[in-house]
Ligand binder design. Structure first.
Ligand code: CP3
Length: 337
């Protein structure tokens, strides 16, 4: 009998040898696919995220094209600030904007009952569970620090200087908000698990902006709280740009760690002592198939025969990626010895 994507992903996460190499890609649903752009032509991003049936359709699109083992609920990390009434919008080509920032005037946040206002996410998880019963289903959330970055900054930024400054200006207030966010994140992930997610992934996309001692002081407490709140639920932590932070992450209690492309897989596995996920440079998919294959072979050599690894990119699929490159990526992995 052919093993399911569910079983190979869960086996790898538990440190066992899966029957084949588990594969999925961050942002595997998205603008690089013409069929996604077609759905988006009739629907704003936020309306798409709030429609469980449309979310299911776009999450299934990559599964129809490629031999993938996992699917991830189509949603966004910024649904939490949205449910906090922070006036979230996405301008075409500009990325997210938050109108009422955490430090702005009059930002009276509705901390109570946030997850009760996110029922559409749990509905999207249950609908995808039914539609993709044999794929491992990932739920996800932004890590408290990455959410804090957007909530203080008011949108995207290359350095999130305002958010980082807020740590130094009022450390106690920052710690309090990060702790409050950790509580919400635990509830949001647990509800996704209850709705049918097999695994939950926490995205600390901006973790790498902080020095290790500052990450230890400000961020590790909220990650510990989340890991403790997720006991019994398979979990993956992704800290982008976090190569220098790996020694702080190893004993947190997540099942596995997702690595960006700057981290050496062998070294990360030595430090973490846990299953890994990743970490092909996503721009290799903008190059020729040989560049994809070469990157896959390098990761394969770094793994040195270890099989508790989930194949993925180091960050999400970029919008200009040719759909055939994703096929080359899957093919290169499936043809490994
Ligand atoms: O397939 C999947 O991976 C699931 C969907 C998913 C989205 N966002 C959909 C999305 C996931 C896992 C996310 C996480 C997310 N969102 C993160 C953490 C992971 C990462 O990529 O670093 C962050 C920082 C965000 C915040 C966010 N959402 C930004 C900065 C943007 C704009 C940038 C961009 O790519 O346009 C978004 C919008 C967004 N979220 C899109 C998608 C498919 C593009 C929206 C569109 O169709 O126009």
């Amino acid at each position: 009998m052919k093993s399911s994507g569910r079983s190979v992903v869960l086996d790898a996460l538990s440190g066992a040898v899966p029957a084949r190499r588990p594969i999925w890609l961050m942002r595997q649903a998205g603008r690089y696919l013409p069929e996604y752009r077609e759905v988006r032509a009739g629907l704003s991003f936020l309306d798409l995220v709030r429609s469980p049936s449309a979310c299911t359709e776009v999450a299934l699109q990559p599964l129809r094209r490629y031999d993938l083992d996992a699917t991830i609920v189509f949603s966004d990390i910024l649904v939490i600030p949205d449910a906090l009434d922070m006036d979230l919008s996405f301008e075409a080509g500009e990325g997210p904007k938050i109108g009422r920032t955490l430090l702005g005037e009059g930002a009276e946040l509705r901390w109570q009952g946030v997850c009760d206002r996110l029922g559409y996410v749990y509905d999207a998880v249950s609908a995808l569970r039914v539609a993709a019963p044999d794929h491992a289903l990932f739920g996800f959330a932004g890590a408290p620090w990455t959410l804090y970055c957007y909530m203080v900054q008011g949108g995207g930024s290359s350095d999130f200087a305002k958010a980082r400054t807020a740590l130094w200006t009022d450390p106690d207030a920052a710690l309090l908000v990060l702790d409050q966010l950790a509580g919400i994140v635990v509830e949001h992930l647990r509800r996704q698990h209850a709705a049918g997610a097999d695994v939950v992934q926490l995205f600390d996309t901006w973790g790498g902006l902080l020095a290790a001692p500052d990450y230890a002081r400000f961020i590790i407490p909220s990650l510990r709280k989340i890991a403790a709140g997720l006991q019994g639920i398979p979990s993956v932590l992704f800290v982008r740009g976090g190569g220098h932070l790996l020694p702080l992450l190893s004993d947190l209690g997540f099942s596995a760690y997702s690595l960006d492309h700057n981290v050496d897989v062998a070294e990360a596995r030595r430090i973490l002592g846990r299953p890994t996920q990743g970490n092909l440079d996503n721009t290799r998919l903008l190059g020729p198939p040989e560049a994809v294959r070469e990157g896959v072979l390098r990761i394969h050599r770094s793994l040195a025969g270890a099989r508790d690894h989930i194949w993925n990119l180091g960050h999400g699929v970029l919008p200009p990626t040719p759909p055939d490159s994703v096929a080359s990526f899957v093919e290169a992995i499936r043809s490994l010895e």
